[in-house]
Design a protein around this ligand. Structure first.
Ligand SMILES: [Zn+2]
Length: 431
């Protein structure tokens, strides 16, 4: 089974029957644990739109206790965190459910403008398969048609990211993924969690400035003798690499990069789009690392470690976006935010780091995939029966087909509520 956004497989879970594990050492234990999770949505997903886990059972196995003598064909998910065990078949009748790794889903849902679990968002998400699908079958099971996955980072050969060609198939078996070839081609970074952000420093570390030492009293090079106004005009014309390189060339410019030019770096970080967390990711981080109250803020950021928006094992229900409160000092959150993070935070350091880590490399790619799928979704939705109907006064209403779908989907939403409800004192089943 594979993700319809990044095309990488779901890893098996420990209770899979005859699981197909990646060769030892190819993925870390954390990656194996994390990549078994999926978010699925659609009319055939019991509960409409929810988190699932790869169970690796065959489509003929519906019993709760799979029999070891039955072969697995890696075609089932179980609903995660549900009050009862529910298996969902991935591929039937030559098409698959639309499923995504959790981080792929978060980024895609952000792009689609459907980030939280409101009923209308879940109904719209369940329409995705009908608008952009159905998926392809056999060797390309899970792949969406009309989607140039490989070219999202550019048409040039060196920009092509080809995961698809690593799937192969023998006889009647399900496609298998060639992890060793994936590794040999240097594609390891595509399975790094793209929601692990470089540490963001809301204040420039004093040592970063003091380590520059005394600034030279006079300079002779052509750049540093320019009035600041000229530099302010020049900087926006540079690409990010040249910008970081130029401001790293001498002590005077480094000092300016860490002080008065921070807003330039900030603008660049925000323009990248993928370099800052989505609202959902930010809210998850803040939930785990609450900032101090406004009045008693310490002078150091809230968290000294790496900034993972999601949980490694992701056993929790998805977080809804939190309303911000004025009582907490969000300017000290150690994660970048367009409104909350100070203008003079260390955006320069952050800008140079987001271009260096594997996680951010992966994020830029998943972001581009999500953007392209969103474009396809908007085009196809507008042209098909689910597109909004334009009213005479310029307003928009849902189409009759959308409303019919919403009626059916509302029953599934009820089932979703039952599945995810918890009985007092009992814990739902997570895998
Ligand atoms: Zn994925």
């Amino acid at each position: 089974m594979s993700c319809s956004l990044c095309r990488l497989p779901y890893t098996p879970s420990t209770i899979s029957v005859a699981p197909r594990w990646p060769p030892p050492g190819v993925l870390s234990e954390k990656q194996i644990l994390y990549l078994k999770h999926a978010f699925g949505a659609g009319q055939y997903v019991v509960g409409l739109a929810l988190e699932m886990v790869n169970m690796g059972l065959s489509s003929t196995q519906c019993s709760l206790q799979p029999r070891p003598d039955q072969p697995s064909d890696n075609n089932n998910f179980a609903v995660n965190n549900a009050a009862i065990v529910v298996n969902i078949v991935w591929e039937t009748n030559s098409k698959t459910l639309l499923t995504f790794h959790l981080h792929c889903a978060t980024i895609l849902r952000h792009q689609l403008g459907l980030p939280d679990d409101s009923p209308v968002n879940l109904i719209e998400l369940s329409l995705l398969e009908q608008i952009v699908g159905p998926t392809m079958d056999r060797l390309h099971a899970g792949r969406l048609p009309d989607f140039n996955y490989e070219g999202v980072l550019g048409a040039a050969d060196q920009s092509r990211i080809d995961i698809e060609s690593l799937w192969s198939k023998e006889g009647d078996s399900r496609p298998d993924f060639d992890w060793l070839e994936w590794q040999r081609r240097g594609l390891d970074w595509t399975a790094v969690r793209p929601d692990v952000f470089p540490r963001f420093r809301p204040q420039v570390a004093p040592t970063r400035i003091s380590s520059l030492g005394a600034l030279p009293e006079s300079a002779e090079d052509i750049i540093t003798i320019q009035p600041l106004d000229v530099l302010h005009v020049l900087l926006p014309y540079l690409d990010n690499r040249s910008f970081v390189n130029l401001l790293s060339t001498c002590r005077t410019l480094r000092h300016q990069a860490l002080t008065i030019f921070q807003p330039h770096s900030r603008k660049r970080v925000l323009e990248l789009g993928w370099a800052v967390p989505t609202d959902v990711e930010y809210a998850e981080f803040v939930k785990r690392n609450p900032p101090p109250p406004v009045a008693t803020s310490p002078t150091t950021p809230t968290s000294p470690t790496e900034h993972k928006a999601g949980e490694a094992e992701s056993g929790e229900e998805s977080t809804s976006i939190q309303p911000w409160t004025d009582e907490l000092d969000f300017s000290l959150v150690a994660m970048s935010h367009p409104k909350h993070s100070p203008f003079d935070a260390d955006w320069f350091l952050y800008l140079s780091q987001v271009h260096r880590t594997q996680a951010m490399r992966c994020r830029r790619w998943v972001w581009a995939l999500a953007k392209e799928l969103t474009r396809i979704y908007h085009d196809k939705r507008a042209a098909g029966p689910y597109g909004d109907v334009l009213e005479g006064d310029g307003g928009r209403t849902k189409s009759p087909a959308w409303k019919r779908h919403a009626q059916t989907a509302s029953q599934q939403l009820m089932i979703r509520g039952i599945l995810l409800s918890t009985r007092k004192g009992e814990k739902n089943m997570s895998w």
